[in-house]
Design a protein around this ligand. Structure first.
Ligand SMILES: [Cu+2]
Length: 234
């Protein structure tokens, strides 16, 4: 019995690795130096976060401009991430990096907002301003969404803005559950096995940690998501 369960887990894990290789390529799986998706850098430019236009450009980088500006960033519930914010360069004014609940639109963002991590609606956290004199800031935050269902409404969402320029400097976080449910500090075979153990079940309070995308089912999408972060530091 124990043997067949182990064998089944191994087979499903191999299937998941095959799936992720087929769909996402070999980059992540072959990485020899573990990467850490909870550490990232954003460049603060008026035209948009990570805009490749010259500093001081006033034409927004999106929606018609650059594919990589104002990115959607994937992070994980209950796992602190650290954003490093870099001032975009000469010609740029002051910018902040601020995290808002999903319902907050650009018109509702102000540099006078107070930020409270437990807010149900509004600003959750904000960095110090980045300026020519103080060109780097960091902000650490631990996402608290998605909440376990039902209802199961998919990954959680936060908005991020510059509080001075929310119309042009606006991206999104997509928040999944922790791909390291065993808390090994790294995505290891035990994490895949945890998901495989509940494979093909509807999501309940017992197996909710395995429904990484919060869609109400533990299935190949959860395994593939986990395998995408294989060996990464979490
Ligand atoms: Cu700004």
């Amino acid at each position: 019995m124990a043997f067949s369960m182990k064998k089944a887990l191994l087979l499903v894990s191999i299937l998941a690795l095959g799936f992720v290789l087929a769909h996402f390529g070999v980059k992540q799986v072959q990485a020899t130096t573990p990467t850490n998706p909870t550490l990232f850098t954003l460049f603060a430019l008026f035209a948009g976060w990570n805009s490749t236009s010259p500093p001081g450009t006033i034409t927004p980088c999106s929606p018609s401009g650059q594919a990589t500006c104002n990115p959607t960033i994937i992070e994980f519930r209950g796992v602190s991430f650290r954003a490093t914010i870099k001032w975009g360069g000469t010609g740029e004014s002051m910018h902040t990096f601020a995290i808002y609940t999903s319902d907050i639109t650009p018109d509702n963002v102000s540099n006078t907002d107070s930020c409270i991590a437990s807010a149900k609606s509004g600003c959750l956290a904000a960095s110090h301003p980045v300026t020519s004199l103080s060109p780097t800031a960091t902000l650490t935050f631990s996402p608290q969404v998605p909440v376990d269902g039902p209802p199961f409404s998919g990954p959680g969402v936060y908005q991020f803005y510059c509080q001075f320029h929310p119309q042009t400097m606006h991206g999104m976080f997509q928040l999944y559950k922790n791909p390291d449910p065993t808390n090994a500090g790294r995505v290891v075979i035990g994490d895949l096995a945890t998901i495989a153990f509940y494979f093909n079940q509807n999501t309940t309070s017992t197996n909710a940690v395995a429904d990484l995308n919060n869609d109400g089912k533990v299935n190949i999408n959860d395994l593939a998501f986990d395998a995408f972060y294989w060996n990464d530091t979490i």
